[in-house]
Ligand binder design. Structure first.
Ligand code: BES
Ligand code: MN
Ligand code: ZN
Length: 501
């Protein structure tokens, strides 16, 4: 997509589709009013007919209006008239507009929604939101279909310009650069997460990371294989992989955009390419969704790609432990005790709590990068789906400054997280009579005890954990990977890079 900024008044653009906002009660936004004037009141006339109520995200497509140069006019509801519209209404308007636009034959569009004032959003963010909404609406997964959709059935849209005031142009361009990088990252994250487990294996993930390294000279990729894992003593990660015919991989991607001596942000993403539960087998219903259990790893790889595209002045290292979790004669059994790379022993009471087993060794491994901060990202607990649902990823950590920065990055990017407590009291649930800790802490506070487990591997590190079990993918009609929490992570890194000058 060719994204650009259109400076100054909307005027009467010669384009495939001009997109303007309408408030409730037939009130025109500034851009809609200007266009209406060009068209001799044609838009007001349509509104009088009652065909468009201005509800957030509601759309009406009009063709060949007299006096208007654009082939189409798309009216988009923006909710109640106000000095500033809320971010929720703004996003609904964008989603509605992009879905409607995608169904048209327009090859180009001019988007005037970005000239509205939106609470808490500067022009960079407004334009970025708009471009991301379009990228998301146009995203299509068909890699594993034998028949790809025909060219003539695909939206022909190639060029979109966003309307901004003259003095906002520089900021708008920055927003577009960020959007392009985020979309490149999201494309990779979603693609990897949507691929089935028989294709997207640990070795496949590792190969994809190597490809990424070849494509960008700012990315260095190292793959740790089984032999070396054994030498390193990664007994927890190896114990999970034993139950599978696919060998595990530990993927390391280093991005160096900052000063040589600057300590990196380390991102650790769970790369469990299929989670059947192991001997503690999961029920059959919806088990296919466990192909998404590598979404944390996919988000980390997507972030590395987006960083390389955006050339942020910051150092970031991505670490992805990748394995399958299957039942097998060699698989972990309830009651087994394994020794993690840190030396701490773990009694595996439930083989389905495997994410923390692969993450704990990856977290210990991360120490060699002398991280400034460590953030792990994992589809870790069903309990988090119950606690928070889709609106927010679970967030826990041992450093409130880091947690606050992630919370605010979530708020700004619209990819939100919500903090849960990591109080000492919860640690008792992990006591084991046979090892230093058990790998599960019972039904109560499942997301928290999972984080408690990880906290034992991140002492004296500044660490936070994102549980993305609910947010990484959608089920039902919109089934598929969401790409979350890539927007949150990228916002955090953009903010950090900005702070450093
Ligand atoms: N990958 C799952 C968590 C999960 C469940 C993600 C549902 C998305 C949707 C994880 O490995 C798991 O199985 N966790 C167990 C932990 C339990 C045994 C303590 C769970 O949540 O049931
Ligand atoms: Mn599991
Ligand atoms: Zn899992």
């Amino acid at each position: 997509m060719d994204f650009s900024v259109k400076a100054g008044a909307l005027g009467n653009p010669d384009t495939g589709c001009v997109v303007v906002g309408i408030y409730e009660k037939r009130v025109l936004t500034r851009a809609a009013a200007a266009l209406d004037e060009q068209g001799g009141g044609a838009i007001s006339h349509v509104l009088k007919s009652g065909d468009h109520k201005g509800k957030p995200g509601e759309t009406l497509l009009l063709h060949a209006l007299p006096g208007i140069a654009a082939e189409r006019v798309l009216l988009v509801g923006c909710g109640k008239e106000a000095e500033e519209i809320g971010t929720a209404d703004y996003r609904k308007a964008l989603t509605g507009a992009c879905n409607a636009l995608k169904g048209t034959g327009a090859k180009s569009a001019v988007f005037a929604l970005t000239d509205l004032a939106v609470t808490g959003r500067d022009s960079a963010l407004k334009v970025r939101d708009a471009a991301l909404a379009l990228g998301n609406a146009l995203y299509l997964y068909e890699e594993t279909k034998s028949e790809k959709s025909a060219q003539e059935d695909r939206p022909p849209l190639k060029k979109v310009a966003y309307v901004l005031d003259e003095e906002e142009v520089a900021s708008g361009k920055r927003g577009l650069a960020e959007a392009r990088a985020l979309l490149a990252g999201l494309e990779l994250t979603k693609r990897l997460a949507n691929l089935p487990g028989n294709i997207c294996t640990p070795s496949y993930l590792a190969d994809q990371a190597k490809k990424l390294g070849h494509a960008h000279d700012t990315l260095d990729v190292t793959i740790v294989e089984e032999k070396e894992m054994e030498k390193l003593g990664m007994g927890a990660l190896l114990s999970v992989a034993k139950g599978s015919r696919q060998p595990p991989r530990l993927i390391v991607v280093e991005y160096r955009g900052g000063k040589k001596k600057q300590k990196p942000v380390v991102l650790v993403g769970k790369g469990l390419t299929f989670d059947a539960g192991g001997i503690s087998l999961k029920p059959a219903a919806a088990m296919d969704e466990m192909k998404y259990d590598m979404s944390g790893g996919a988000a980390v790889l997507g972030v590395m790609k987006a960083l390389a595209e955006l050339k942020l002045p910051i150092n970031v290292t991505g670490v992805v432990p990748a394995s399958e979790n299957l039942p097998d004669g060699a698989a972990n059994k309830p009651g087994d005790v394994v020794t993690s790379m840190s030396g701490q022993t773990i009694e595996i009471l439930n083989t389905d709590a495997e994410g923390r087993l692969i993450l704990c060794d990856a977290l210990t491994y991360s120490r060699r990068f002398e991280p400034e901060v460590v953030v792990d990202i994992a589809t870790l607990t069903g309990a988090c789906v119950v606690a928070l649902g889709k609106p927010a990823s679970g967030l826990l950590g041992n450093d409130q400054t880091l947690v606050n920065a992630l919370l605010s990055a979530g708020e700004r990017s619209g990819d939100r997280a919500w903090q849960l407590p990591l109080w000492e009291e919860y640690q008792d649930q992990l006591k084991s009579p046979f090892a230093d800790m058990a790998n599960v802490g019972g039904r109560e506070g499942g997301t928290i005890t999972a984080a408690c487990f990880l906290s034992r591997y991140t002492k004296d590190l500044k660490w936070a954990h994102l549980d993305i079990a609910a947010t990484a993918w959608d089920s039902g009609a919109n089934k598929g990977a969401t790409g979350r929490p890539l927007p949150l992570l990228m916002q955090y890194l953009i903010d950090r890079a900005g702070e450093r000058g």
